[in-house]
Design a protein around this ligand. Structure first.
Ligand SMILES: [Zn+2]
Length: 296
């Protein structure tokens, strides 16, 4: 095939692809505006795209961000590729950071001007332009410089909300010195985090082994039942005793609060109560012996 014919056909395909992307973004904007995802049984526009339409998390993030600026972009600019998903997402992300930093909404007019400035720009050029437009938002990195043996200077960007917390703490502690406030705050947080017991420790301390054996021998298999399908697990591997109401939430060692679960479902049950992120910290730790472990 002639190279020029090939190129013209390819250009046509690219335009079609841009049109399709534009249409998807229009759809996302409409779904968010009309809150269709709520009726459809999803907790957020993100859930709807990820679970129902199998978008990856990063693809979802980019498209939702871009869709929020879409009304400010003439459709032609998008289908001709003068503005694309990547550059539009870059603008949306910067705008959001700037708004968070200043605590003020940027006007649609200002956003429209910004979007016009990135026409025909590459992603790198867009990044540069945004750094010039929002110099304070763009320098997101901390810098630490040693002043002398005892002191260093930390430079960091704070959102207005964080700064307000600092000011409030200064009032409460009766000082104007930020370093003093930070030291107090860090000490208090460290104390809280370092003395906090893990669910593993709480459980291991308390449940008598006789009771553990009784619960497991009585149930014989994992008692987990899928609430939707009614499917019972019935696994006999790695059986553990689970507190239905976790001890950390005031649950007791009484029999009616105990059930037998396999390791997978014990973990699943714990995730319903504690966050996934928190439980991930324990995930690599092997369960103790005697078919009993931690996640109560
Ligand atoms: Zn199970």
């Amino acid at each position: 095939m002639d190279a020029y014919v090939f190129d013209a056909e390819f250009a046509h395909d690219v335009r079609r692809s841009n049109e399709a992307t534009h249409k998807v973004l229009v759809g996302i904007a409409a779904c968010e505006r009309e809150r269709h995802f709520v009726v459809l049984g999803f907790g957020s526009i993100y859930d709807w795209l990820i679970k129902r339409h199998k978008f990856s998390e990063s693809a979802t993030h980019r498209r939702v961000q871009a869709s929020r600026l879409l009304a400010l972009v003439p459709e032609e600019k998008f289908t001709q590729g003068e503005v694309n998903l990547t550059t539009l997402t870059q603008v949306a992300t910067s705008v959001r950071k700037e708004e968070k930093r200043t605590g003020k909404r940027l006007s649609n007019e200002a956003k429209r001007e910004l979007v016009a400035k990135i026409e025909r720009k590459t992603s790198a050029q867009t990044e540069q332009l945004l750094a010039t437009e929002f110099p304070e938002t763009s320098t997101g990195k901390d810098s630490i410089r040693a002043l002398n043996q005892d002191q260093s200077r930390l430079t960091t960007d704070l959102p207005q909300a964080t700064l307000a917390k600092l000011e409030r703490l200064k009032e409460l502690l009766g000082t104007q010195n930020s370093a003093e406030v930070l030291d107090e705050a860090f000490t208090a947080l460290l104390q809280k985090l370092e003395t906090k017991e893990t669910p593993r420790e709480t459980a291991a301390k308390s449940l008598p082994s006789k009771l553990r054996r009784y619960v497991i021998q009585k149930a014989k298999t994992c008692e987990y039942v899928d609430p939707v399908t009614g499917q019972r697990c019935d696994s006999t591997h790695n059986l553990q005793v689970d507190h239905i109401i976790p001890k950390a939430k005031g649950g007791t060692d009484q029999l009616k609060n105990l059930r037998c679960l396999c390791r997978q479902h014990n973990m699943h049950a714990a995730e319903q109560v504690f966050s996934r992120k928190y439980m991930d910290k324990f995930r690599t730790v092997r369960a103790p012996t005697q078919g009993y472990s931690a996640w109560h």
